[in-house]
Write a protein of this length. Structure first.
Length: 98
């Protein structure tokens, strides 16, 4: 049995992809200042012109913006998805993208 091998984009290609992105979704966004996702949300909100979406099925608003229950509920497909969930939840997050 052999392990599949995938070679991702080079560092310059990754940088180009990041620079081309115009929207970011934070899955597991929190309204609690002690959480890493809150810090990332405040940073992105204050430092980018990109559209930032917060995904959290429990909280209605974060940093003055409405939240969405899932990625499927977003008004557009985000260019970047930043996931702040435990690894066991990742398959469900991926399933909600399609």
């Amino acid at each position: 049995m052999t392990q599949a091998y995938w070679e991702g984009p080079s560092a310059p290609e990754r940088l180009a992809l990041l620079r081309q992105a115009k929207s970011i979704a934070i899955v597991g966004a929190s309204d609690k200042p002690s959480r890493a996702s809150y810090f990332v949300a405040t940073y992105l909100q204050s430092s980018t012109r990109d559209k930032v979406y917060f995904v959290n099925p429990v909280v209605k608003e974060i940093l003055g913006q409405p939240t969405y229950a899932s990625l499927a509920d977003l008004p557009e497909s985000p260019d970047i998805v930043d996931v702040f969930r435990k690894h066991d939840d990742l398959p469900g997050v991926l399933d909600s993208m399609w």
